[in-house]
Ligand binder design. Structure first.
Ligand SMILES: [Cu+2]
Length: 138
């Protein structure tokens, strides 16, 4: 059963809590993980602005991804929660969008290959304002 499997894996995974603010920042900008470790990222959005104007997500991508290009394309990708369809192959894990007071989560395996994997919020403008961090696998 798919649902049960997902629940079991979320339970086994290590939870990383991140808060996203209306200052367009994450409170956690470095996550350390072992190769292949299961992570459960829980992103909470705090503030009072309407979701249309202010929401956050968590997008983890492969090293070497053109982050400026990804985020420029995200401006035109509202229908797909600001994940540009033509750049999906760069995405390792991504959450949905959390408006003020909402929480989104995603469970994934850290890459097996040691390295620095960037993550960011792809809501238009947020990456450029510094809403990003690094997953360091080693
Ligand atoms: Cu954001």
């Amino acid at each position: 059963m798919l649902v049960l499997a997902a629940t079991a894996s979320a339970r086994a995974a290590r939870t990383v809590q991140i808060t996203g603010t209306e200052q367009m920042k994450y409170d956690v900008t470095t996550i350390h993980a072992k190769p292949g470790e299961e992570l459960h990222v829980v992103l909470k959005s705090v503030g009072s602005m309407p979701k249309m104007a202010m929401a956050h997500n968590f997008v983890l991508v492969k090293p070497g991804t053109d982050l400026a290009k990804f985020n420029a394309a995200a401006f035109n990708a509202r229908e797909t929660d600001f994940i540009p369809p033509d750049m999906k192959s760069a995405v390792i894990a991504s959450s949905g969008l959390a408006g003020a007071g909402e929480t989104v989560e995603v469970t994934f395996k850290a890459p097996a290959k040691p390295g620095t994997y960037p993550y960011f919020c792809s809501f238009p403008g947020h990456y450029a304002l510094g809403m990003r961090g690094d997953l360091i696998v080693k």
